[in-house]
Design a protein around this ligand. Sequence first.
Ligand code: G4P
Length: 528
Amino acid sequence: MDLAQDREAARRRAFAIISHPDAGKTTLTEKLLLYARAIHLAGSVKSRKASKHALSDWMAIEKERGISVTSSVLQFEHQGKVLNLLDTPGHADFSEDTYRVLAAVDSAVMLMDHSKGVEARTKKLFEVCRLRKVPVITFMNKLDRAGLEPLALVDDVSQQLNLKVAPLNWPIGMGREFRGVIDLATKDVLLFEAEAHGTQVIEAKRVSFEEAKTLVEPHLMARAEEELELVAMAGEQWSVEGFLSGDLSPCFWGSAMTNFGVEPLLEFLALQAAPPGPRATEDGTVIQPKDERFSGFIFKIQANMNPKHRDRIAFLRVVSGHFERDMDVVIGRNQQTMRMANPHSFMAQERSLLESAYPGDIVGIHDPGKLRVGDTLAAGGPMRFAGIPRFAPEHFGMLRLSDPLKRKAMDTGIEQLAHEGVIQLFYRIGVDRTNPYLGAVGLLQFEVLKERLKHEYGVEAKFEALPFKLARWIGGAPEALTWLKGSSSFTVMEDRNGHPVLLCDSDWWINYAKQNAKGVELYDIEPL
Ligand code: G4P
C-alpha cells in the first residue's frame, strides 16, 4: 500500500449541489469558493452566468438561451482537505447530465429555498442520490427572507423525501428578524450581520447562548428555544453512520447571498463529508480507493470546450490508485490501450496540466473519439465498473435528412453523440440499426444534437417528434416480453445494449401492461 496515496485519497471530498432552479446554487457555489479563499472576487461564478456562456461558449444555443449546458469541476482546499465540487447544469432539460454527475460524487448538498421547501427538481435529484446511496447534506437558503416555519419545513422535507433530517444548527427568526443560528453541538450562537454581501468574508460572531439572550430580542430567542426543545424531543438524533449510509441528512440554515451560514457548511464538507468510497466491478469485485492499481470511470464527455480548437474532453473520476500523466491505461470495454498524455485539472474557466491525481479527483482527458460515458480505465489490464445507468427519456423523435447522401454521416454522428450521452437511441428489434428513434430526458437535448450534427458532421436534419412520453425497460418473465411484442397496443424497441424497452404515451398504458403481461417488470432506469 502506498501511504502517500492513502493519505491523499483520505483528504478528498467529491460532491455536487442539487437544487431546483433559483434556490441559489450559483450563489452558494461562489460563496463556498470565497470562504475557502479559492476566489478573491466572489461574483466570478455569477459573472460567468451573467455573461450567459459559462465555461463553454461552444454552442450558439447556450448563448441564445442564456443557459449553461455543461458541467464544470471546481477544485479547492479547506482545512487541509481537497474539495472537488462537480457543478451540474442549471437547466432541467439537461438533468440526464446531472444524474451522471451524481454517479461520480461521494456526497451531495441539497440546497433549498426555505420559502419553497421541496420543489419538483430537488425531489427528482434526491431520488437519484438515494438510488446510489449518496449521503445528502441539506442547506436551507435565503433566511434573510421570510419563509416557512422551520419545524414545518423540516417535517415537510422529511415526509416528502422519506428522509431523516437532523438539524445541526437552528435559525433564530427569519426575514427582517433573522438574527443567526444556534449551533446544536455547542449551543453557541452565530450572529447574523445583515450588511454582509458580495466579496466580504465575514466570520460570523460566535457568542454563548446566554450572551445571545442579552443581544437578541427575547421573543425570538424564546421561540427558537421552544422549537429546539421540540427538535430534541421529536427530531432525529445526529449520527455520522446514519449520514454516511444515506439515511440521515444533516441540516444547516443560512443565507448564501449575505455570506451567512456558508462557513459551517464548508466546515462540515471538509471534515465530515464522505471520503472517496469503494466501487464494484461488473464481476462483483469491490475496488477500494487504497488499492494500488489505478482505476477510474468516465462520467461525462464534453465536446468543444475550447472553441479555438475542436476537442472533446472526457471527465474521469479516479476510483483507486495513483493517476499519473503519461501513464498507459486500458479501456475495459474494448481492451484498447490509451496514453494519458494531456490530462487536465479544472478551476472554473482555467484548465491546467495535471501531473497526478488521487481517488476522489476528477481528471479531464483529451478524447480522440475513443471513449464513451461509462467506460472504465485501468492500469495493467481491463476492468469494468458496473455502469452508469440511463434514465427513462420523456421525449422522443426521429431525424429526417434533407440530403439522403448524408445518411452515413448522420448514422455515425448520432451513434457517437449517443455514446457521449447527448441522446439515447432505440432500435427496431430484428431490423438493421439505421434510423433509430431518439430519446431525451429534456427537449433541448435534441437541439444540441441537431446543432452538433450540423457543425461537426455537416449533416442538416429535420427533427420530427414522436408521440411517446414514457419509456420503460422490460424485465421479468420472458413470456411477458413475448406478449408485449405481439400486442398491437405497444411499441417495443431495444436500446444500445439490446435490452427491450417499452415506449408509450401515458401511465395508463404502463398499468395496462402490468396487468396484462403476466410476470412483467418495468423499470424507469436501465437495468445494469
Ligand atoms: P440558481 O443558480 O440556483 O438558479 O440560483 P442563483 O444563485 O442564481 O440565485 C437565484 C436568485 O436567488 C438570485 O436572485 C440570487 O441573488 C438569489 N439568492 C441566492 N441566495 C440568496 C439568499 O441567501 N437570499 C436572498 N434573498 N436571495 C438569494 P436574482 O434576482 O435572480 O439574481 P441577481 O439579480 O441577484 O443576480
